[in-house]
Design a protein around this ligand. Structure first.
Ligand code: CP
Length: 313
């Protein structure tokens, strides 16, 4: 009932590769996998996941690995390109061609925008984008949607603030584009002037989806109106100079005092890792759901891989 045959064998490079119906099928399967984990413990027996991480990761890499292991499959891969033949100058195309005979499905993270898309063109197995530069992070978006569905029981008609680094934050770029496809979502963009959402994406959201967008320079302006506050860290690794990073890194810090301005049922999300943009005291607030969000990432990746591999229960 939760399974969509037409996802079998496909790549996932951008959230737009999935229709809203396909996203719903993945979310419903993920809910069921969370409720009845043991039912799926042999679903991927004999299947191998390759994790190709050219950039650091904790959650994406390990939750993919956990997801495959929890379904009875196996894993291989690298988390440092210098330990692979990439260090000898091998191209992404050659790497992925070879991987097709070693694994059944692969996830790739790369600092260069478009690298997973290029890899998918040479891949004989489903290739999932695990984050490319400041561009897209589709499985974080699926994680975020499952989290919203779990805590708000809907994906439409939501008031959502994105706060922090909206220029380089790939999780923001992917999630805002996807939520815009649902009816009636309203977006508050809270960032320093230097880290606003790229104009091209903002114009696209308004033109294509008629999105309502309100830009704020202070978190306090948005907080009373929100169903969801999506916090992000300032992306140090994407800055060209340390001075700019140091100047902007404390721009927005969510603390218990600011949480008093929010509705009692607002939820605080964050893709993690957190640096200092959410004070530790907020962790005790029941509205803080960023750790359950990271856990839900395992179930949504289980559901995604089951669909792409065409295995069902
Ligand atoms: N949210 C996320 O992508 O975390 P990692 O960088 O740890 O994978």
């Amino acid at each position: 009932m939760f399974f969509m045959k037409n996802l079998q064998g496909r790549h996932l490079i951008s959230p737009n590769d999935l229709s809203l119906e396909e996203i719903r099928a993945i979310i419903e399967l993920a809910h069921d996998m969370k409720r009845n984990r043991s039912k799926y413990s042999t679903l991927c027996q004999g299947q191998i996941l390759a994790t190709l991480f050219y950039e650091p990761s904790t959650r994406t890499k390990l939750s993919f690995e956990s997801a495959m292991l929890r379904m009875g499959g196996s894993i291989l891969g690298f988390s440092d390109a210098n330990t692979s033949a990439v260090a000898k100058g091998e191209s992404i195309a050659d790497t992925i061609r070879v991987l097709g005979s070693y694994a059944d499905i692969a996830v790739m993270r790369h600092p260069r925008e478009g690298a997973p898309k290029l890899a998918s063109e040479f891949s004989a197995i489903p290739l999932i984008n695990g984050g490319d530069g400041g561009h897209q992070h589709p499985t974080q978006t699926l994680t975020d949607l499952l989290t919203i569905d779990t805590y708000r029981q809907r994906l439409d008609g939501l008031s959502v603030a994105f706060c922090g680094d909206l220029k380089y934050g790939r999780t923001v770029h992917s999630l805002i584009e996807t939520l815009a496809r649902y009816q009636g979502c309203k977006f508050y963009l809270v960032s320093p002037e230097e880290l606003v959402l790229p104009l091209r994406q903002k114009e696209h959201l308004v033109k294509k989806y008629g999105s309502e967008i309100i830009e704020c320079r202070r978190m306090e302006e948005a907080l009373p109106h929100l169903d969801i506050l999506y916090m992000t860290r300032i992306q140090k690794e994407r800055f060209f100079n340390e001075a700019d990073y140091l100047r902007l890194k404390n721009s927005f810090i969510l603390d218990a005092e600011k949480m008093k301005l929010a509705k009692s049922d607002m939820i605080v999300m964050h893709p993690l890792p957190r640096v200092n943009e959410i004070s530790y005291e907020v962790d005790r607030d029941p509205r803080a759901v960023y750790f359950p969000q990271a856990e839900l990432g395992v179930y949504v990746r289980m559901a995604l891989m089951a669909h792409l591999l065409g295995v069902s229960k």
